[in-house]
Design a protein around this ligand. Structure first.
Ligand SMILES: [Zn+2]
Length: 317
């Protein structure tokens, strides 16, 4: 068990997180030059985020080590992120997840037909797996969160692995792969994207979604979170996919950083997005935390968030 001190350190505003980390090169292009885009996160805690000057990929600096991330996930993540305690996913999460799964399945409806093989990488509580199987697909999930994986197995009877390495699946094993809000959590998303691409059939599709760091309508610092060690905008998400031999599929609509990708044999362009890092510095310029706190602008998002959780809870009961 972590000490109460460790736990508290995750929640006291205007202080740093209990981690040391280590400097890292850009995971997408390998460049080491970067500019600072934020020094505070959505809990008003201090944490530095930088954008790669060559490609614009945002990363936490210093990067938490694998052990530090693991400790965070086993102690503070649920409470901090989903207001959930031990005992499986909370009801408002399941309601939201089912709604999102139905939306994703409708977008991919021409692909989710009997006989197709589907992988949900980061399958969470299993709603998308259940929906795809209902449409006749053979499905398998990968989910490191033990309680969520157990929930999916018990409630929907679907197969879920707790982890997947290179050799978990043969090349070209799947018609459809989905990865929903996973790549922002990973220290090595470029490697995982390549793996997903390799597991995809030549005519398969990858549905990938991450938060859009350039989204309007919320204060910039609210986009930053300790668990999100990488941050994407359209250009960097597409470049991450491009590095793995994938391009946006013309037949599907995209919504910023929610994209259906297909394979391409076209030669790889240079791994860069000139000028993007500087643009992000401007777009993500934070209101000074103290000013934000005094302004009271944080009250409404907080109320909305909680109202949504209550509404979702009621909708299910
Ligand atoms: Zn880069």
């Amino acid at each position: 068990m972590p000490s109460p001190y460790y736990f508290l350190k995750h929640f006291v505003p205007f202080t740093g997180y209990p981690y040391t980390g280590a400097p890292a090169a850009c995971n997408l292009c390998g460049c080491c030059d970067a500019v600072i885009v934020a020094e505070t996160d959505r809990r008003l805690k201090t944490i530095k985020s930088i954008a790669c000057t060559q490609c614009g990929l945002i990363r936490t600096d210093p990067m938490p080590t694998p052990d530090e991330l693991a400790e965070y996930y086993t102690t503070s993540y649920r409470v901090d992120y989903q207001l959930a305690f031990a005992g499986g996913p909370p009801r408002h999460h399941l309601v939201r997840s089912a709604r999102e799964a139905a939306f994703r399945a409708d977008l991919l409806k021409d692909r989710l037909v009997p006989g197709k093989a589907l992988l949900d990488f980061g399958s969470g509580s299993g709603e998308f797996l259940a929906e795809a199987r209902r449409r006749g697909c053979e499905v398998i999930g990968v989910e490191p969160g033990r309680d969520y994986a157990d929930h999916a197995r018990k409630r929907y009877g679907v197969a879920v692995l707790n982890d997947a390495d290179e050799d978990s699946f043969p090349a070209g094993a799947f018609d459809v792969i989905s990865t929903h809000h996973v790549l922002e959590h990973l220290r090595d998303p470029a490697d995982v994207m390549e793996r997903l691409s390799r597991w995809l059939k030549p005519d398969g599709v990858l549905h990938a979604a991450v938060p859009n760091m350039a989204a309007t309508g919320k204060p910039p610092h609210e986009r930053f979170h300790f668990a999100h060690v990488h941050g994407y905008v359209r250009e960097t998400f597409d470049l991450l996919a491009r590095r793995a031999g994938l391009v946006p599929h013309e037949a599907y609509p995209r919504e910023d950083t929610t994209v259906v990708y297909r394979k391409t044999a076209a030669p790889m362009p240079p791994l860069g997005n000139p000028g993007l890092a500087q643009r992000l510095v401007t777009e993500l310029r934070t209101t000074r935390p103290a000013v934000y706190l005094v302004s009271g602008a944080w009250i409404w998002p907080a109320i909305r968030r909680n109202a949504k959780a209550v509404r979702d809870g009621l909708a299910k009961s």
